[in-house]
Design a protein around this ligand. Structure first.
Ligand code: NAP
Length: 348
């Protein structure tokens, strides 16, 4: 098949590109940055490089800023568009840019897709369009619900926008939870979420060793021990996204979530043992007032994630189970060994 992919230079896009190429597809990879486009090409095994075609574009521009020659080249050639590009910021100061890229940008990708006449439009959203709710089904959520941040809200608006184009192509919406490294190698080309925590712990460990504070009291890290984070390995995300090519049902939403997510205590135990750094103590997020200046600095990068750390969410993934069953793909089984592989890779 011929596939157009936005966000090909990102964490998920790169892995999906490599998988699609290895399955014999031709991938037109949209990228706005030449250097990153070249890095993507280098990451692709040489035997597949012929099937990878770089399309220059920027989703914040009219019709994605794709040249008229490229529009012509793509017209009536593309079976499926995967729209993966997005702006992932939980900072409220970025609200305007978040909507510009995630909503207006999605509109431009939809318009381009309409113009070139793709058959399928696969939109990568997030499981967190559920906002403040604790349970989500694989259906559109109302945009007037309460959201944890602008990122969630923008992604929910984008989902509604995508469904407005359902006369033009088959729509699939894929909603991953928190994407972590590859389940077999642990490899993860991202600094987001779990990787921010690992980085904070590494910095704190170095600082304490440098200042010779190895025997000082434990540093407090704000985190509820008993709730669970919905981690999904990137290769599982790619499994579901590629299964959609053969067996995705039109106008359907798929949760790419973990029905047995690891509890925070387990993540913390593995992290401290892999880093060999045992001077951190977990305390509930409502005890922030008790922290020292140094502890506040240690916790600051994770503050935007606190609304997530205190709750365990449940996602119905019946559509995804059916999709994987139809495609003979194994469901997710993220056991402790897999979790350790993923964490250990970044602790080296
Ligand atoms: N990571 C997660 O835990 C997670 C969880 C749930 C859902 N998701 C969703 O999964 C998708 C992929 O996430 P990711 O982790 O792979 O993100 P990422 O590594 O930050 O990649 C984002 C991609 O979007 C591209 N992009 C951003 N703005 C663009 C623009 N104006 N024009 C063209 N391309 C642009 C980036 O290009 P540059 O390389 O040029 O910056 C990059 O290729 C996103 O839709 C995200 O919302 C991610």
């Amino acid at each position: 098949m011929n596939i157009l992919l936005t966000g090909a230079t990102g964490f998920v896009g790169k892995q999906l590109t490599i998988r699609l190429l290895s399955e014999g597809h031709t991938v037109y990879a949209l990228a706005r940055n030449e250097r990153k486009a070249q890095a993507l090409e280098k990451a692709v095994p040489s035997e597949f490089q012929q099937q990878l075609i770089h399309i220059h574009g920027d989703i914040s521009k009219k019709l994605v800023g794709v040249s008229s020659e490229d529009v012509e080249r793509l017209t009536n050639q593309i079976d499926t568009v995967y729209h993966i590009a997005a702006y992932l910021s939980f900072d409220e100061q970025d609200r305007e840019k978040t909507f510009e890229i995630n909503v207006e940008g999605t509109k431009e990708v939809l318009e381009l897709s309409k113009k070139i006449g793709t058959e399928n439009f696969f939109h990568v959203s997030t499981a967190y369009t559920l906002g403040d709710a604790q349970y989500a089904e694989e259906e559109l959520h109302p945009v007037d619900r309460s959201f944890v941040n602008s990122y969630e809200e923008s992604k929910c608006h984008a989902e509604h926008l995508v469904f407005q184009y359902k006369e033009h192509f088959n729509i699939n919406i894929y909603r991953p939870a928190i994407i972590v490294g590859d389940s077999r190698t642990g490899e993860a080309d991202t600094t987001f979420a779990l990787y921010g925590i690992i980085r904070s712990f590494q910095i704190m460990k170095k600082r304490m060793e440098r200042k010779n504070l190895v025997d000082s009291p434990k540093v407090r890290f704000l985190c509820n021990e008993d709730t669970a984070q919905n981690f999904v390995p990137v290769d599982y995300v790619v499994d579901v996204l590629t299964a959609g090519l053969e067996n995705g049902k039109p106008h359907t939403i798929y949760h790419i979530t973990n029905s047995n997510p690891p509890i925070n205590r387990k993540v913390y135990e593995i992290l401290t043992s892999e880093l060999d750094f045992h001077q951190v103590q977990l305390v509930p997020t409502d005890r922030k007032d008790e922290l020292t200046e140094q502890e506040l600095r240690f916790n600051e990068p994770m503050e935007v994630f606190h609304p997530y750390i205190d709750k365990t969410l449940t996602f119905d993934d019946s559509n995804t189970s059916q999709l994987l069953g139809d495609s003979n793909v194994k469901p997710l089984d993220m056991d402790e060994k897999v979790l350790r592989t993923i964490i250990a890779e970044k602790c080296r």
